[in-house]
Design a protein around this ligand. Structure first.
Ligand code: ADP
Ligand code: ASP
Ligand code: MG
Length: 411
């Protein structure tokens, strides 16, 4: 008897029909003799609908109340799933974050899991129950409901798999695995049999929302066997996410990603002297805004331009902070652009092979796409381009590295 954690995302439980179909799937797994923990997301669109309701009542809903509100989405799904499983004759029990004592810090909307009490869930499993868990939520030390960040039902599933030492964490979604690029944008994308934790981590961080970033981090840290499959098909193959192996290094590029939620800020005429970068980025970091790429080009006159990217959702706040500092340090001006996209290629093979970035630039040049910024790490190259070329760039890079004639992609 194996303990399996299964997670079903929003579209997978998006209607009564879908909940019935998923309950059947869970029932069949149970019939095979497995112990099951089933993590569910809110029904598709529900979290956004709830946030929108709050937004119609206040420009700045208090994060504590916003969490109390959005956590209801997962509560509904968990209860409905347990109700359906019971109707099919299976002993199911729904549990919310606070009932499971998924303890988090108090950063509402982006809380970090501190501890999970195994007793309640272990007891329920020993009693023969299928445990249905509301994903995405926890409770802080004061007893208030917290949520773990968008898409974080994945994180709930991986965290439970880690503490329960599950044989596998199965993420069921609306695509049948991790693809070489988002299959909804790139028609020629292919399902990957396997992908390393490191590659998946980069891809998740660069816009491939098929797995939430922190869930991959946690899976890597605790070596959780993770598989992504479709809840809409009977195909059981999916994509396994795990440790890197030799064969993976022979491929230069495993995936191409597109992040359309970026924006760019430029400070012009910044004096070129020690300490200024710290003055500029200090307040931004303190306010929790994640700065991604940074470029500084020094001019001959001793003044420099500093350009960096922030998530589009944080642009307004970042601009306020930057304008304040710009005044204090005597910068010439502040410009911004919100229509930018970040396109990236990811692959562990880049560690051992040179020239991948140059090939990437050639492919983009052939499409006439101008590169505005470049960033590289050991296993990825990212470029910022005008948003209207984002999808074109993604498809061109995908077809060059991962298309039918993969000559460019052999190490
Ligand atoms: P869920 O609601 O099940 O959590 P998500 O919408 O969060 O599902 O994630 C699944 C979606 O991720 C897919 O529909 C697909 O459009 C998108 N996606 C982006 N990049 C990739 C990729 N490389 N492989 C597979 N899916 C991807
Ligand atoms: N319902 C939450 C969201 O939409 C969590 C999740 O789906 O994983 O972000
Ligand atoms: Mg998701």
């Amino acid at each position: 008897m194996a303990l399996i954690v299964q997670k079903y995302g929003g579209t997978s439980v998006g209607s009564i029909e879908r909940i019935k179909a998923v309950a059947e799937r869970v029932a069949r797994a149970r019939d095979r003799g497995d112990q099951l923990v089933v993590v569910v997301s809110a029904m598709a669109g529900e979290t956004n609908r709830l946030l929108d309701l709050a937004g119609r009542l206040s420009d700045t809903p208090h994060p504590r109340e916003a969490d109390a509100l959005v956590a209801t989405g997962e509560q509904v799904s968990a209860a409905l799933m347990a109700i359906r499983l019971q109707a099919l004759g299976y002993p199911a029990l729904s549990l919310l974050g606070y009932q499971l004592r998924i303890t988090t810090d108090s950063r509402h909307g982006a809380a970090k899991i501190k501890a999970i009490d195994r007793d309640r869930i272990s007891q329920a499993l020993e009693d023969g129950r299928i445990v249905v868990v509301a994903g995405f939520q926890g409770v802080n030390p004061a007893g208030d409901i917290t949520t773990l960040g968008r898409g974080a039902s994945d994180l709930t599933a991986v965290a439970l798999a880690a503490v329960l030492n599950a044989a596998a964490c199965e993420i069921y979604t609306d695509v049948d695995g991790v693809y070489t690029a988002d299959p909804n944008i790139c028609p020629r994308a292919r399902r990957l049999e396997r992908i390393s934790y490191d590659e998946m981590l980069e891809m998740a961080g660069l816009g491939a929302k098929v797995l939430q970033l922190r869930s991959v981090e946690l899976a890597r840290r605790f070596n959780v066997p993770l598989v992504v499959k479709s809840s809409f098909s009977e195909d059981t193959r999916g994509t396994w996410v795990g440790q890197e192996d030799r064969a993976m290094e022979n491929v230069l590029v495993s995936g191409v990603t597109l992040d359309q939620n970026q924006s760019k800020i430029t400070l012009t005429g910044v004096e070129d002297r020690p300490g200024l970068a710290a003055r500029i980025f200090g307040p931004i970091a303190e306010s929790g805004i994640v700065v991604d790429m940074i470029i500084q080009n020094a001019g001959a006159d001793g003044r420099a331009d500093l350009t960096f990217t922030v998530p589009r959702a944080d642009l307004r706040r970042a601009l306020e902070l930057v304008r304040a500092v710009a005044g204090e340090i005597g910068a010439a001006g502040v410009r911004h652009e919100d229509q930018v996209a970040k396109v990236s290629i990811v692959g562990v093979g880049m560690r051992t092979h040179a020239g991948v970035a140059a090939t990437m630039f050639k492919v983009l040049a052939a499409e006439g796409i101008n590169i505005e910024m470049i960033a590289t790490s050991e296993i990825k190259v990212s470029v910022v381009v005008n948003a209207k070329y984002g999808e074109l760039a993604m498809r061109a890079l995908h077809d060059a590295f991962l298309g039918e004639n993969p000559a460019l992609n052999e190490g």
